[in-house]
Design a protein around this ligand. Structure first.
Ligand SMILES: [Zn+2]
Length: 373
């Protein structure tokens, strides 16, 4: 092995799955991204030759556990705080206003920004073909989910074509937007994890009681649901998805303890619970109160950005900052190791987070994530 391929990297802290490791000195093989050794340095760091020092924290690359990169052209196009119905209406109104070129440029810029901030892998929702060219050139490891929806007219056939792209899985959009035949077909075919929007609003639960904004909208639009006999979104999930198939549940803003128990009692495969705090705040004005419930239940929590239609950036570090009341170790573990487990990615890069207040163990306004390896 030539010495060119070896780098020695030190920092204040290293994030491990067990906690923060102090005064780490890493020896890494740049070609394979493998960490050859981790030592603890003493007072002799200055005298060691060829060591690069990074202030703050070193950790494995981030995983964005929920994104829609194809919607990047909608950055700034939709007003904040309009609520879920307002957001859906605004999306429909502005979607047609952009050229293919503008869409492609926005996707490429978003991909660049995520890579330079240290994102190694993304769970990305697709509704069309527009993101696959950028993905095929990207250094980021994308796992795409072709999102099936439509109560009157389903897009299942289109999604089957999309699912022919590399690392792409058919997935139901949610428990309220897909009829039984499609939902069951998707859940019973295939073994890759499914990614499902889940309990983003209370209306999803109320629909099964014939109440709330979704029930009213469907009534006025004359949409008939053939799945309400399941009685709740959580019960529909466990009645439809084999226990051995892993699921990535996204948002969870209104999930209850009962919902969690129903789901966890069913699955033998891992269940991942994704939080997208800044997207929720963009749309509804607040961050979910359910974070503490998910923590108390010791669930596998991951972090996602959702799309630039409902976020100011696709920055995982900014999502981590938004959850400021949670101990930093947990938040960073969710953003790195738990997300990587959800997508079964290993061999990730190393990133540095600087601008950390090491006394309070809080990120600051000035904290930035940069790729080291
Ligand atoms: Zn989403």
């Amino acid at each position: 092995m030539s010495s060119l391929q070896i780098r020695r990297i030190a920092s204040h802290l290293l994030l491990t799955k067990q906690g923060f490791y102090k005064r780490p000195l890493l020896t890494v093989n740049c070609a394979t991204k493998q960490i050859i050794s981790v030592e603890q340095y003493g007072d002799n760091l200055d005298s060691l030759e060829g060591v690069e020092f990074y202030s703050g924290i070193l950790c494995n690359g981030f995983v964005n556990a929920h994104c829609h990169i194809e919607l990047s052209y909608l950055k700034g196009a939709i007003q904040e705080g309009v609520g879920y119905a307002g957001f859906a209406g605004a999306m429909a109104a502005v979607r047609g206003n952009f050229t293919d070129q503008e869409r492609q440029r926005a996707i490429a810029e978003a991909d660049d920004a995520m890579w330079s901030e240290g994102v190694d892998a993304v769970a990305d929702i697709v509704n069309d073909n527009s993101s696959f060219a950028v993905k095929s050139r990207s250094k980021i490891d994308y796992h795409s989910f072709a999102e099936v929806f439509g109560l009157k007219k389903s897009n299942l056939e289109l999604c089957k074509h999309l699912a022919a792209n590399p690392q792409t899985t058919l997935s139901p959009h949610s428990t309220y937007s897909v009829q039984s035949a499609d939902f069951d077909y998707i859940c019973k075919n295939g073994t890759a994890p499914l990614s499902i929007h889940f309990m983003e609003s209370e209306g999803e639960y109320l629909l099964y009681k014939g109440e709330g904004p979704l029930a009213e909208w469907y009534k006025s639009a004359q949409f008939k649901c053939d799945f309400l006999h399941h009685n709740s979104p959580a019960k529909r999930i466990v009645n439809s998805i084999p226990a051995t198939r892993s699921v990535i549940l996204v948002h969870n803003s209104f999930v209850s303890e009962e919902d969690i128990d129903i789901i966890m009692n069913h699955f033998s495969a891992p269940v991942y619970w994704v939080l997208c705090p800044r997207s929720n705040r963009y749309i509804s004005g607040s961050i979910p109160q359910t974070v503490e419930l998910l923590r108390a239940k010791k669930l596998n929590i991951c972090i996602g950005t959702d799309s630039l239609a409902s976020n100011h950036s696709l920055s995982i570090l900014e999502e981590v900052k938004a959850l400021k009341d949670i101990p930093l170790f947990e938040r960073l573990n969710w953003a790195t190791n738990v997300g990587a487990a959800a997508l079964s990615v290993d061999n990730r890069g190393i990133i540095n987070i600087d601008g950390v207040n090491l006394n309070t163990m809080q990120l600051t306004e000035n904290s930035r994530a940069k790729r080291v390896l």
